[in-house]
Ligand binder design. Structure first.
Ligand SMILES: Cc1cc2nc3c(=O)[nH]c(=O)nc-3n(C[C@H](O)[C@H](O)[C@H](O)COP(=O)(O)OP(=O)(O)OC[C@H]3O[C@@H](n4cnc5c(N)ncnc54)[C@H](O)[C@@H]3O)c2cc1C
Length: 143
């Protein structure tokens, strides 16, 4: 029994949500174990691509907003795409001219790149233990 590790919080999955949660909890001094099923960041596509100013505030709480602003997040550029031949508009994004809380109100990013930043940032915390290649099995209880 004595060699069983104890943690304040256990997180299943080191996707963006798990990685942000682990970073914030670690910052507040909690001990955290993260179990991630895969060994590599899922990188078959960009997946989520848009981020808003409120989310950047959360990254600012981790001290990552400036780094993300200059390396990952790209200011919103004008985009308009449609279906030929009649050109029905599917997506129209106007160039961003105003900022909110010191950040672009909306900007684009690459999810695998963001996830790598979050994982790299976790390495500074000795109170976080990441277990890659570990799948959490949840027992189902049938009533
Ligand atoms: C092909 C694709 C395209 C997408 N396109 C867009 C888009 O255009 N715009 C947009 O906003 N969003 C898009 N998304 C969604 C976006 O990627 C997700 O909303 C986001 O990744 C969710 O983050 P998350 O951390 O909650 O979960 P996930 O990113 O799914 O991360 C969960 C993590 O948990 C791990 N895991 C799962 N089960 C277990 C277990 N039992 N034990 C241990 N680890 C486990 C997984 O390996 C994974 O690393 C797309 C997703 C996919 C797959």
């Amino acid at each position: 029994m004595n060699n069983i590790a104890k943690f304040d919080v256990i997180i299943s999955g080191l996707g963006p949500v798990g990685a942000v949660t682990a970073n914030l909890l670690a910052q507040y001094g909690l001990t955290v174990a993260v179990f991630e099923r895969d060994f590599e960041i899922y990188n078959l596509g960009p997946r989520a691509i848009a981020i808003d100013a409120e989310a950047m505030i959360v990254f600012g709480m981790m001290g990552l907003d400036d780094w993300l602003d200059s390396h990952v997040v790209k200011p919103c550029i004008g985009v308009r795409t449609g279906v030929p031949p009649n050109g029905v508009t599917l997506l129209s994004v106007k160039p961003e001219r105003h900022s909110l809380y010191g950040h672009q109100r909306i900007a684009f990013f690459n999810q695998p790149c963001l996830e790598k930043t979050l994982r790299d940032n976790l390495e500074q915390y000795s109170n976080v233990k990441v277990y890659l290649g570990h799948e959490r099995i949840v027992e189902r209880i049938f009533e």
